[in-house]
Ligand binder design. Structure first.
Ligand code: PMP
Length: 445
């Protein structure tokens, strides 16, 4: 497709406008809608709105539709399960729940045998992990990261620190001390002598400033961290970060919880993003891509840690059979084609965006792993000042030309398409994105 053949859609159309007006009358205003897109249906990496406009979906439900929209194997698995039974109380057993937990324990990113707890969302997985860490250690303090996102229920909210609106007016419960995330593009800490990279600087700050002056390490149950920060801006930490963090945690009996809700389940080309650094965590939180969009969250913990007694933590929908069936089919598709494709297309996407940055100086930073890729828009490369208005305009123009992308961080745009995305679809997305960027830059002049 040639650049000049990219056409501008008439969005939102009349049908969409009517639905949006009804939505605004009845649905909680706490949802922030990024685009006036009212979905009709989807197939693979494409979605259609109620007016018949087609879009390339590089949001994928925010890294949820890992197998694309309506993958036939996922649809079939859900249909077959729905005809057998849709729900059974967690007081009883069922096959799919057991099979899924076995599969998740096989791909756990640590050598020790794993135990699995199933929930309905990423937030609930985080809540369970927080409780499990304090149960196991008998400690009640935690370390979290600025820019981190872990959910908005009170326990998880204690850790979430990616936008003040998420916390303003609420009282987060757990005692969490937040430290800077190792963002190599925007370092806020001074390196200490001997630091090999900024990741080590952050861990040294935790050890030498926080643990010396503020938080006794023997009272800390866990460090909760995203291996690649998601809502905070698709930030990849420097290589020294996780090995040093693991070492510090081990020294003080502190658990390392990785929130892989956005980065896990093959998105970065490994089952878990933490595997890029060869570090074994104690507890993993998963959700989003795990069941291709059927609500499901999981906590995968080392066997010696998940020892809480019957009744200590449970729920009504844990192990929901439809979600388990969808997750088992998702795991099959990802193992057969998704992981490898995420590696291949992700490397291609990253390389093409880096080349694009040579032509567009507002693309201040391009980063990511696999199909978790972000670009940060800046006013100019020297000052690195975030170009928020430009980012918003690019997003909107991309939408109007048929590409769904959303923001993250202060002035970044994220690309998290289905893991089955093709080379042609990546090319098409890049073409629309560059077209939108060019238009937005021209408007500024
Ligand atoms: N953790 C991370 C890293 C996330 O990105 C999110 C969702 N954006 C959550 C937790 C919360 O997950 P959910 O919305 O499924 O509750």
């Amino acid at each position: 497709m040639l650049l000049n053949s990219i056409t501008r859609l008439n969005v939102p159309g009349p049908e969409a406008r009517a639905f949006i007006a009804r939505d605004h009358r009845v649905i909680s205003p706490s949802y922030g809608r990024e685009h006036p897109f009212v979905m009709s249906h989807g197939k693979g990496c494409y979605v259609w709105d109620v007016d018949g406009n087609r879009y390339l979906d590089f949001v994928a439900g925010i890294a949820v539709n890992a197998t694309g929209h309506c993958h036939p194997r996922v649809v079939q698995a859900i249909q077959e399960q729905a005809e057998q039974f849709i729900h059974i109380s967690s007081d009883f057993y069922h096959q799919r729940w057991i099979e899924l937990s076995e599969r998740l324990s096989q791909i756990a990113p640590f050598a020790e045998p794993a135990r699995v707890f199933l929930a309905n969302s990423g937030t609930e997985a985080v809540e369970a992990a927080i409780k499990l860490a304090s149960y196991h250690t008998g400690r009640s303090r935690f370390i979290g990261f600025i820019g981190g996102f872990h959910g908005r229920t009170l326990g998880a909210l204690g850790f979430t620190a990616s936008k003040t609106v998420q916390r303003a007016g609420f009282m987060p419960a757990p005692a969490v001390t937040h430290i800077p995330y190792p963002n190599p593009y925007r370092p806020v800490l001074q390196p200490m002598p001997g630091d090999r990279d900024y990741g080590e600087t952050v861990v040294n700050y935790l050890e030498q400033v926080i643990f010396q002056n503020l938080v006794p390490p023997e009272e800390v149950a866990a460090v909760l961290v995203e291996p690649i920060q998601g809502e905070g801006g698709y930030i990849v930490p420097p290589d020294g970060f996780f090995p040093r963090l693991r070492e510090l945690c081990d020294r003080h009996g502190i658990l390392l919880i990785v929130d892989e809700v956005q980065s896990g389940m093959g998105r970065t080309g490994e089952w878990w993003a933490i595997q890029h650094w060869g570090v074994e965590p104690d507890i993993v939180c998963s959700a989003k891509g795990i069941a291709s969009g059927v609500p499901l969250g999981a906590v995968i913990a080392r066997e010696h840690i998940m020892t809480w007694p019957a009744g200590a933590h449970s729920n009504t929908y844990g192990g929901n059979p439809l979600a388990c069936a969808a997750a088992l089919a998702t795991l099959d598709v990802l193992a057969e084609e998704g992981l490898e494709n995420a590696r291949l297309q992700g490397a291609y996407l990253l390389e093409r965006l880096r080349k694009m940055a040579d032509r567009h100086p507002h693309l201040g930073d391009v980063r990511g792993k696999g199909l978790m890729v972000g670009v940060e828009l800046v006013v100019d490369r020297d000052s690195r000042r975030p170009a928020v208005a430009l980012r918003n305009r690019v997003k909107k123009l991309a939408f109007e030309h048929g590409l769904l992308v959303i923001g993250c961080g202060v002035s970044s745009i994220r690309f998290c398409p289905p893991l089955i995305v093709s080379r042609q679809e990546v090319d098409e997305a890049l073409q629309i994105f560059e077209h939108a960027l060019t238009l937005a830059e021209e408007e500024q002049e």
